[in-house]
Structures are given as structure tokens and as C-alpha cells.
Design a binder for this molecule. Structure first.
Ligand code: MTE
Ligand code: MO
Length: 507
């Protein structure tokens, strides 16, 4: 009589979890950014084609990264169970499986932009754990196989169960210990909280909010501000470890420390940031009060070459973007190295300690979070993260508008209905907004106040709706008189176009 297949698979799974737990704990102890499993997820994100990434984001939303990590975990477990089954007949075949898995992990951690020389250690610790744990818990199983149906067999079975349970507890222990998870992040969070920056907070200017109930506020609170980044575990950078190097086609290379940056004159302004992947009517946009240091001045000190037309920005996590140089040097545009958002030191997820912001450009070509390097160059030399995946090289924001209230599918009371929303064309501004009910004539609505042309504007109006189903659509008119197009285009390669339309039923 032999042991059931399931026991071997289970042994493999236990060994698999134990190895992952140990590699995770080692990551935490060494205060590395992310465990090998997460590094593999990031490697996948680096290499998936743009369209696939786009679909994944659309289907899974902000869950795309957790889902990817779970999928990679489950795949690892499948291999681990396979290793367990192989252990029944061979000692070296499971080792090959473990080495193969560890090889992928090693590749992922070492090719990471912020790889450190310690990065191989969690992988090695995990590999050793896999091998040792599997042979430890399968040892009694071999005895069960070898022995006839005797009392000794029962003993071996018990021994297997005891060893498995033991390992289970040890694994749980390591996992709990791994709740130091984020010890590093907590530390940076603490530093961030204690920072005393020469910045101020500011409420939305009077009249910016048009007072439509249920609509997002004009000034986006930090917790409601959308987040887009490729990092699965975001960089946690202590300000004293941060520096920005500006080099390439410049007369004088400049390296700025955090203190040097903060000691410069700070500017503060309202600015709306949005994502090129935002579909018509979508949520990937936010407006905040930003504090930072103007980039034009710093670039002037560096002395950029006349032949340069781009800046390749690199984040601490290796993400890159190519930004039109003229948008950074233009004194009117006020591109900045931002250190604070809504009066708080930049939140970690939004790029702490320093990120770039350029009014009028989509985030993917400009708003580099955790920025550490700026290379002045030419666009034909730039091979940035999203442009490699088929997105357009320049990313000026397109004129757009959205209906926030009522929401698509809402039931409203017939009669007078308040309609409201937002419109934006950062850096040139919005002159008017029009809506059309049930495909009728366009009519102007009332606009809220804006402090500058770099923010979105709220709008509101009242419409008379009879009982039944209705559609409402919106379009914006830019400061130069341009009318937002109704031609529908996808977000790829340079931002969606088309009118936002909602359907409501009045009862
Ligand atoms: N390091 C880094 N910076 C980044 C990104 C990223 O993936 N990594 N995404 C960019 C994109 S596509 C956008 S739209 C903005 C989003 O900024 P937010 O997350 O603060 O809203 O950050 C930009 N900066
Ligand atoms: Mo974006």
C-alpha cells in the first residue's frame, strides 16, 4: 500500500508556503522593498504589452496588481505541489523544480532597477527552505511507502502529520513575524509625518464648488485622489537618502539633496492632474494644492543645450517618462518638483519625497513620482516606459468634460433636475460648457470659479425632465474657442475623446 498522491502534493504545498514565507521575512529583515514573489509580479508588469496592461486595468481596475500577485502565488503553489509529487520517486527532481522557481525569482530581483547586492538573499533563503522542508516532511512518507501494513506504518503516518503541523505552525509564525511587513514603510511614514515643510494648506477658493449635492469636491482630498503606478510595492525613500541628479545635455551637472531642494523658494498652486488612460467620463483625475520648487530655474542653472528637446525622468523604482523640455523650462507653465500636496508632505503613494508635476500634460509623460534622475536629451534617444508600449511621445491633455450628477442609470424625480460636473483643459483653460438633453440643442451652463487655467472647472445647470427615460450629454469649449469633439477615440495612444453621456429615468 502506498500513500495517497494527495499527501505528497500537500507536502509540496506546505514546503512551498514555508519557502515563500521565509523569503518574505528575509525581505523584511533586510528592509528590501519587496519580496521575490512581488518582484516577479513587477517583472511581468514590465514586460506585458501595453494593450494587455490596458485591458487588465480596465477589467480589474485597481485590483489588477493584487490579482496578479495572487495568480503568481497560485502558480508557484502548483509547481510546489508538483515538486511534492516528484519527491515520491526522486530526491533530485523536486530540487530541480525549486531551483527553477528560485531562478525566476532571482532574475526578477536582480533585474529590478533598484536592485541591491543583498537582493539574492531572500531568494536563497526561500530555496533552502523549500528543499529542507520538503525532505523533512516527506521523510515519514517514504517510510509509509516502504513498510507493509504494520503498526510501524501508522507511526510513520503520524510522524508525517506531526511534522506537517509543526511546519504549518512555524510558517504561520514566520508570517506573523512578517507583519513587520511594512516596517520600512512605517518608518518612512513616521519621517514624513514629522517633516516641517515651509508649505501651507488652502481650502478651495470661493465659488469653485458649484454646490451640486453628491458631486466630488473641486479640491480632491488626498484619500480620494486617484493613483496610478506600475510598482506593486511603492518605493519608500527616506528624504535624507533622496537626491535628484540633473545631467545629460547640460553645461553643469546638478545634484540636489532634499534639504537643498526644500531650502529653495517654494511656489504653491492649484493644479489638476489626469491620466491618459482615463476613459470618457472616467475617474482618473484629481485636483490639489501643490507646493514645490519651480523646475525652470533649476534647469536654467544647469544650462540646457539648445539641441535638447526632452528630459528623460527616472523614478526610484525604475519607471521612466520622456517630457518635452520646453514644458519644463517655460516660466509661464510652472512645472515643479512637488514636495507637498494639500499642505501635507507628499503622500508615499503619490511620490514621496519628491515628484514632478507639469501643468497641461498627462501624468505618463510628466508626473514622475519618486523622481531621482533627469537626463536632458533628445526625443529620438528616449525610450520611456509607456511610449515603448505604444503610447504617444508627447502627452498634452485633451479638452474633456464629465457629468457627475446625476449618475448614469440614476432614477430622478421628474420636474426640475440639477445637473453638474467637471470640465478641463489644463494650461489653456475652459471658456464654456454645454449640455444637450435627449439629443436636442446645446445650451450653456453655469461655470464655477477657477483660480488659474491649470485646474478643472465645476459646472451646473437645471433641466426640466418629463416622466420617462432621458439622455444628457456634455461638451466643453476651450479658451481659444475650440469645441470638444464628439468623435469617439480610445485612450490609446494619446487619450480618449468623445462626449460623456448619461441615461436617467424620471419618475
Ligand atoms: N514612478 C512612477 N511615476 C508615475 C507613474 C508610475 O507608474 N511610476 N505613473 C504615471 C501616471 S501614468 C500618472 S497618470 C500619474 C498618476 O499620479 P498619482 O498616482 O499621484 O495620481 O503618475 C505618473 N507617475
Ligand atoms: Mo497615467
Amino acid at each position: 500500500m502506498t500513500t495517497p498522491r494527495g499527501a505528497w502534493s500537500a507536502a509540496g504545498a506546505v514546503a512551498g508556503v514555508a519557502g515563500l514565507a521565509v523569503s518574505h521575512a528575509a525581505t523584511m529583515v533586510l528592509t528590501l522593498r519587496s519580496s521575490p514573489l512581488v518582484a516577479v509580479a513587477e517583472m511581468v508588469i514590465q514586460h506585458v504589452p501595453g494593450v494587455v496592461a490596458e485591458r487588465a486595468i480596465q477589467v480589474l481596475g485597481s485590483k489588477d496588481k493584487p490579482v496578479l500577485v495572487v495568480v503568481i502565488f497560485l502558480l508557484t503553489m502548483l509547481f510546489a505541489m508538483w515538486a511534492g509529487r516528484l519527491a515520491e520517486r526522486s530526491w533530485w527532481k523536486p530540487v530541480l523544480v525549486w531551483v527553477g522557481l528560485a531562478g525566476i525569482g532571482l532574475l526578477a530581483v536582480l533585474t529590478r532597477f533598484d536592485a541591491s547586492s543583498l537582493d539574492f538573499l531572500p531568494v536563497a533563503a526561500g530555496l533552502v527552505t523549500w528543499i529542507v522542508v520538503l525532505s523533512f516532511i516527506t521523510e515519514p512518507l517514504h517510510d509509509v511507502d516502504a513498510e507493509e501494513s504494520t503498526p510501524a506504518q501508522g507511526k510513520s503516518r503520524r510522524s508525517f502529520l506531526i511534522r506537517t503541523a509543526l511546519l504549518g505552525f512555524a510558517g504561520a509564525g514566520v508570517a506573523v513575524f512578517g507583519q513587520n511587513f511594512g516596517a520600512r514603510r512605517r518608518h518612512v511614514e513616521e519621517t514624513r509625518r514629522l517633516l516641517n515643510l515651509p508649505v501651507t494648506d488652502r481650502p478651495a477658493p470661493g465659488g469653485a464648488n458649484v454646490g451640486v449635492e453628491g458631486m466630488p469636491p473641486w479640491r480632491t482630498p488626498i484619500g480620494k485622489f486617484y493613483k496610478v503606478h506600475t510598482a506593486v510595492v511603492v518605493p519608500t525613500v527616506e528624504p535624507q537618502d533622496w537626491s535628484l541628479r540633473i545631467h545629460g545635455m547640460v553645461d553643469r551637472e546638478i545634484t540636489l539633496s532634499y534639504q537643498e531642494l526644500v531650502d529653495r523658494p517654494i511656489v504653491q498652486r492649484w493644479m489638476t492632474l489626469n491620466c491618459v488612460s482615463n476613459p470618457v467620463g472616467g475617474p482618473l483625475i484629481g485636483n490639489a494644492w501643490w507646493s514645490g520648487v519651480p523646475l525652470a530655474q533649476i534647469l536654467a542653472e544647469a544650462g540646457v543645450s539648445d539641441r535638447a528637446d526632452a528630459v528623460l525622468q527616472t523614478s526610484h523604482d525604475g519607471w521612466t517618462c520622456g517630457t518635452p523640455l520646453e514644458a519644463l523650462t517655460d516660466p509661464d507653465r510652472q512645472a515643479m518638483l512637488a514636495i507637498a500636496m494639500n499642505g501635507e508632505p507628499l503622500p508615499i503613494d503619490h511620490g514621496f519625497p519628491v515628484r514632478t508635476l507639469v501643468p497641461g500634460l498627462y501624468g505618463y509623460v510628466s508626473a514622475c513620482k519618486w523622481v531621482v534622475d533627469m537626463k536632458v536629451t533628445t526625443f529620438d534617444q528616449v525610450d520611456a516606459y509607456w511610449t515603448k508600449k505604444g503610447w504617444s511621445e508627447h502627452g498634452p491633455v485633451k479638452i474633456a468634460s464629465r457629468i457627475d450628477m446625476p449618475q448614469n442609470g440614476d432614477e430622478v424625480e421628474k420636474g426640475v433636475v440639477v445637473v453638474g460636473g467637471h470640465a478641463w483643459k489644463q494650461h489653456t483653460g475652459i471658456a464654456g460648457v454645454e449640455i444637450a438633453v435627449d439629443g436636442g440643442a446645446w445650451r450653456s451652463v453655469e461655470l464655477g470659479h477657477v483660480p488659474n487655467v491649470d485646474t478643472w472647472v465645476q459646472w451646473r445647470t437645471e433641466v426640466e425632465l418629463e416622466e420617462g427615460d432621458h439622455t444628457v450629454r456634455v461638451r466643453a469649449i476651450g479658451a481659444a474657442g475650440e469645441v470638444q469633439t464628439g468623435v469617439e477615440r480610445d485612450v490609446l495612444p494619446d487619450g480618449a475623446t468623445g462626449w460623456h453621456e448619461i441615461q436617467v429615468s424620471a419618475t
